[in-house]
Structure formats: C-alpha cells, structure tokens
Design a binder for this molecule. Sequence first.
Ligand code: TXA
Ligand code: MG
Length: 325
Amino acid sequence: MITTTDPRVAAAAIAGGHLAAVPTETVYGLGALASDARAVARIYAVKGRPADHPLIVHVAGAVAFGSWGVRIPTYAHALAAAFWPGPMTLVVPRSARAKDFITGGQDSVAIRVPSHLDARAVLLELREITKDPAVGVAAPSANRFGRVSPTTAAHVVDEIGGLLQGDDVVLDGGDCAVGVESTIIDCTGPNPKMLRPGAITTQDVEAATGLKVTHDSTVRASGTLNSHYSPNATVQLIAEANIAFEVEGAAQGVIGLLALADIETPIGAVRLAAPRNAEEYARVLYAALREADALQLEAILAVPPAATGVGVAVIDRLIRAAAGA
Ligand code: TXA
Ligand code: MG
C-alpha cells in the first residue's frame, strides 16, 4: 500500500486496475475504476461486503450523469444543478454502462459528483488518462462492512490497511468536512424519495425541486440496514436529563459520553466529543465512535442533536450504531 497526498498517484493506481482510498467531503471512499469488474470485485473482498449491495459511481461533473443514467427526470437535473458538486447521491435508471457488478443487479445506478478538491482532482486526472469524459470511480465508504465510516486517512489505514495490496493507494486529504455519508435520493419515481439522510436535507430537496419528498422506497441501500455504522462499544441514545442516572449505574471509566458542548460530563464518564452544533456533531461523530473502541469502553451514551439540518443524519447514524450491538 502506498500512502500519498498527490491525487495523481491515486488516479494512476485506479487507472492501472488497483484500489485507491480517496477523501471526499463526506467520508473516505475505497475507489476502483467503475468499468473494471476485477477491481470492483476487490472492493467487495476488502470490505467484506455482500455482492448484491450496489456501489455509488463518482464522476467529475453532471455531464457524466446522462452517460450512466437514462430517463433522468427533470427534478433530478434540478437537484444536480443545485447540489453538485456536493454531498448528494442520486439514484436513477441505469444505462448499459452501469453493469450488474456496480448496481448489484438492480436496474438503477447511484451517481455522485463529490466536491472535495482531492476527489475532484482524481476524477479530472482520470478523465485525462482514460480520455473518457464520463469515467466513473465506484467507491463505497472505506470501512469493513457494517462498521464505522472513516473520516481521516489514518482511519482508513487502521480499518483496511492490512487488506490492501502493494500497488493500492491511500490518498491523505485530511479530515472530511461533513463527516457523515451523502444524502441518497431515489429519482426513479415521480417524486424524490429520501433513502439516506445527509447534509442535503429533505427541505433542501423540496426547495430545489418544488416537489414533496417521500420516504418509502423499495430500493435497497445497505447503509439503510437497521444495524450499521457500529463500533464495538454498545451505543445508547439518551436524553440529557438521564445522563447522571445512566452513568451512576455503571462501573467507573467504562462509559463514554457524546453530547453537545453545553451538556456537562458527569463524574465517571469519559467525554468522547463536545461539538458546538449539529454540523460539528456530524464532523466528529465517527472519530468519537472509533475513540471509544480505542479506549476499550463498553458503552457509549449519546445525547442526540436537534432533528434539523444535518442533525437528522446524525440521529439516523446514532440509531443504526445503537442497533448494531
Ligand atoms: O458519502 C458517501 O456516499 C460515501 C462517499 C465515499 O461517496 N459513499 C458511501 O458508499 O457511503 P456506501 O457504499 O458505503 O453507501 C452507499 C449506499 C449503500 O447503502 C448502497 O446500497 C446505496 O448507496 N446504493 C448504491 N447504489 C444504489 C442503487 N442503485 N439504489 C439504491 N441504493 C443504492
Ligand atoms: Mg458505507
């Protein structure tokens, strides 16, 4: 495995059929050329992910959207114009380019244009190397299946470094600014459907499209399994008023607390993070869950943020982490 800060090294690796972990504004992805069945199969092997779970195809610009998707509804173009590049993934009917090994055999494909400068640099360099304006990088979050997504290059190395091969690359682009995975919107029906909450909210989608967002969907999304994003420690969502009671019942030093900064840490608990608002909560969430495991804590108490903005996504991930015990 090669660690680098040079996006061209990651692009060359991907073009050569290897894997590259690449930073995005949400979380780090484990990327391979989306047209390369062998390389994509290695993503599944490294992640330990079931083969029928589809991957997101990352592209450099919205022009590639129409190359991977077909019958793209007007509202999806409106979303692309409003929020790309950015932390949003759109699921549309697939073109012949999106093979079964990307879509898990589904008739739809998930597309995203990331805004992280390193991710963009990798995609633009790949366009040069391959001479393919719609070249795509298939990339799930660079964690083992069901585990916490990485938001730093060090997390990636901890998580999968031992499973990567000599020519695979980890591109270090610093800490991820958003910290939770992209909003996924199913655009295969008459209205946008929210498959996974993220930094782009239901209100954002409704404002950009003028349409009501629905929440039921028959499309599979592995990040929407009940148990996901799980550390080894158990996670329990709790109200501020109950913190002292919960901590008192436990042995000293085995409980971690994750809560907004204005909430105090009771004696006996280890403070994992004290974010000042929902955006910061999202940014530090996964590092805090990893920290709890590094400290070998048995349990994490999490006081969720308010359910507005990216707070909705934080609550969603906490609930799934809590289900993963
Ligand atoms: O922020 C993100 O989205 C990160 C960065 C790396 O882009 N990626 C990410 O990928 O979270 P992953 O594979 O961990 O989660 C992608 C989710 C999965 O739940 C998958 O099932 C869903 O997207 N997905 C992919 N293709 C789909 C499709 N055609 N229909 C429905 N869901 C799909
Ligand atoms: Mg994931």
